[in-house]
Design a protein around this ligand. Structure first.
Ligand code: ASP
Length: 413
């Protein structure tokens, strides 16, 4: 059995859906097809959640969501098809949820609304595949992937999930299901973190011992840099798990960082391929021994550098570090880079509204300074020329170098 994952762009229009239908049609093994919300629908749903949570009129947003999906359905089905009934049922459920009084828990509301993006996309695509002669079963992944219930960043309960997946998935030849969403043991909807559909594919592959996972993207594979920002990028043919997990961790956006561990643990190969050019080989990630020689560049923007110093001038020792990390863990703030001196601890993280909450938590004990609008540049397998080329016109605020990785926190001049 193989697992295919299609992200938002690969299913953003009727034509895109027709394209992935042909990819699925040519597959000769049993497959589980994991699908994200269409296009940029998750962002739209985030907007809806914000409006609902702050008691604003969200009618326009709901109408845009419906219009977007209806437009696609109109192009894929004839008017008598019962997809219209199925989709209206989902719209009604969504509207029922919105008619409830909003709770104080933003993350709970978020997860219970955002799931509709994936539910709508998979319902439409499963019906279209059936219509096109590809018999498949639509499965609600929330009945299989069970988590600890931490809204928006839930942790998988592996044993239970594996048992469920074996019971619900194994006897079928083609399954269409949702990425990113899951449930807790109380029946609530949860999500696995933005862009989490890659991780869903890897959870399923791990639990069902899949032969491989293929992530279908709009690029030809994993490139040496983001082609939207850098010129002269080249595609990497093969990568090992370790290199890939490092790249994902440093912020390369091709694959969700959590995707690699389950696959590495069971030695399941991961293909990253282009849905626009199926014949191309893409990138293969497995237990490869080839050394990477070309520098790989990862740029994260909108970074904040926070410097934290104990008010009593005490050392940055285990006690202080554990206090600071407890605060970071409670707020689920991911540290992208850290550095410490005798009496100061600095972290670099994505800018978000959690920064103010962190400062509030730490302020009683620490002096805090921060600097926004920074970029975090990582160069794996760096060389001198690459470094000077990339640092031209940048002010370096922090520099960290190890044998294979050079990292810079920079400000544009
Ligand atoms: N639809 C979700 C998102 O946009 C999950 C995913 O696409 O992986 O974050």
């Amino acid at each position: 059995m193989q697992v295919y994952k299609f992200g938002g762009i690969s299913v953003e229009s009727a034509d895109a859906i027709k394209n992935i239908t042909e990819i699925i049609r040519t597959t000769d093994t049993n497959i589980v097809v994991v699908i994200s919300a269409m296009g940029k629908m998750t962002n739209k749903f985030e907007h809806l959640v914000d409006m609902y949570y702050s008691n604003q009129d969200y009618t326009n947003v709901i109408n845009e969501i419906k219009e977007y999906h209806n437009n696609i359905i109109d192009k894929l089905f004839d008017l008598k098809h019962n997809i219209y009934t199925q989709i209206n049922k989902l719209y009604n459920k969504l509207e029922d949820k919105l008619s409830e009084k909003v709770s104080t828990n933003y993350d709970y509301e978020y997860d219970n609304l955002i799931v509709y993006g994936e539910l709508l996309s998979t319902t439409i695509i499963s019906a279209y595949l059936n219509n096109s002669g590809i018999k498949n079963t639509w499965v609600d992944i929330r009945e299989s992937i069970v988590t600890d219930g931490f809204f928006r960043d839930a942790k998988v309960l592996w044993k239970q999930t594996q048992n469920n997946l074996i019971n619900n998935f194994l006897k079928r030849s083609i399954i269409v299901t949702q990425g990113f969403i899951a449930s807790d043991n109380k029946g609530n909807s949860v999500t696995l973190g933005r862009e989490g559909s890659d991780f869903t594919a890897s959870i399923i592959a791990y639990c069902l011992n899949a032969k491989s996972v293929t992530i279908w993207k709009d690029v030809q594979g994993i490139l040496t840099a983001d082609p939207r920002i850098f010129s002269n990028t080249i595609k990497i043919d093969k990568l090992n798990y370790k290199e890939t997990v490092e790249l994902a961790y440093y912020g390369a956006q091709v694959i969700h960082p959590k995707t690699i561990k389950p696959l590495q643990n069971k030695n399941i190969p991961l293909f990253v391929k282009s849905f626009k050019n199926v014949a191309e080989s893409g990138t293969l990630i497995y237990n490869d021994k080839t050394n990477i020689t070309s520098p790989i560049i990862i740029l994260k923007n909108n970074q904040v550098l926070i410097s934290i110093s104990p008010k009593d001038f005490s050392f940055i020792d285990e006690t202080n570090i554990s206090k600071i990390y407890t605060a970071l863990a409670e707020l689920k703030i991911k540290v992208n880079l850290m550095e410490n001196s005798a009496v100061s601890f600095s972290i670099v993280t994505d800018n978000s509204n959690k920064i103010n909450l962190l400062i509030k938590k730490l302020k009683p004990y620490y002096l805090i300074k921060y600097n926004t609008n920074l970029e975090l540049l990582t160069i794996r397998h760096y060389n001198k020329n690459k470094i000077s080329e990339l640092l031209k016109n940048k002010d370096v605020i922090v520099e960290q170098k190890t044998r294979y990785t050079a990292r810079y926190v920079v400000k544009n001049n």
